[in-house]
Ligand binder design. Sequence first.
Ligand code: ATP
Ligand code: MG
Length: 333
Amino acid sequence: QSRIFSGMQPTSDSLQLGNYLGALTQWVALQEEHDAIYCVVDLHALTVSPDPSVLRDRTRRTAAQYLAAGVDPDRSILFVQSQVPEHAELSWLLSCHTGFGEANRMTQFKDKSGKHGTEGTTVGLFTYPVLMAADILLYDTTLVPVGEDQRQHLELTRDLAQRLNSRFGPDTVVVPEPHIVKATAKIYDLQDPTAKMSKSAESPNGLIELLDDPKVVAKRIRSAVTDAEREIRFDPEGKPGVSNLLTIYSALTGRDIPALEADYAGKGYGDLKVDLANVVVDFLTPFQARVHGYLSDPASLDEVLSDGADRAQELARGTLERLYDRSGLLPRR
Ligand code: ATP
Ligand code: MG
C-alpha cells in the first residue's frame, strides 16, 4: 500500500490551472487506491511575508479548492500544515543534516530570491526545501504527486532520507518517489510560454486562475502568445505557446493531442483559442460554485481541517519520536 503526501502554498486567492492539472488532478485520482494526505502548506507561505488576514483567508480558500476538485476528507486526510507542529520540529532536525552548499544549489530559491536580492529574501525561503522534506518524511510517504518544478526538491528529500537511513539504520525513514505525470507536469504562462505558470507570478495576464471571472479567463486565453506561423501542431520546442494550449485542451477534455491536431487542421489560432476558452469556462463555472459553497460555511470547513490535523498528527508524532530517539534526544517521560 502506497502512502501519498502533497501540498500547495496559500500564496494567492486562487490556484492556477497548472496547480490543478499538474498536481490536484493526480491527488484526486490517487486517493481512490491509496492512503493519501493532502496539506495546505501555510508555513511555506510565510517565507514570502504575507499579510496575516490575507494568509488566513487564502488558507481557507486553498482548502476549499482542494475539496471542490474532489479531494474527499472521508477518504484522505486534509489539513493545514501549521496545525501539526511536528512539521516545524522535523524541519529543524533535517536542517542539521542538510549541507549548506546542497541547499544553495536549489534552483527555485535562485529564481525566487533573484527578484529581491539577499537583503529582501528570508532565511525561510532558503530552507524551504528542508521543510518540504519534513512534510514528506513525517508520513512515511512513498509517492509525492507534484509538478516538474518540484523534481529537484524531491531529489533533496530522497537524499536526506537515504542519509538518515545510513546514519541511523535502514528503517529510519521511507525514501519517497516523485509522481510526475509527463503530459501535464509543466503548464506554461500564457504570456511567456517558456516560463512555468505560477500563482504568485508578477503579472496575472499569463495565468488561468481557477477562481477568476470566466470573462477574464476567456480574454486571457484569447490573448495568449503564440507564434508567427498558422499551423496548429504540437511542438513544445518550436511552438511553445500553441503546444501549451493543446496540452490544456487535451487535459481538460480527455481528447489526445493527435486528435486535436486533426480537428484543427486548416483552422486558425483564433479558432483554437475561442474553443479552448469555452472548454476552460465550462470547467470553471461548476468548480467555482462548489468552492463558494465551501467558503460560505467557514465553520464546517475549519472543522474538516481540524479533524484532518488530529489524524495527521497521530501519524506525524510517531515518526518524530522515532527520529528524536535515534538522534539521541532525551525523551521527556
Ligand atoms: P508559487 O508561485 O506561490 O510558488 P505555484 O503556482 O508554483 O505558486 P505551489 O504551491 O508552489 O504553486 O505548488 C503547488 C503544486 O503545483 C506543486 O505540486 C507544483 O509542482 C505544482 N505546479 C505549480 N505550477 C505548476 C505548473 N505550471 N504546471 C504543473 N504543475 C505545477
Ligand atoms: Mg511554486
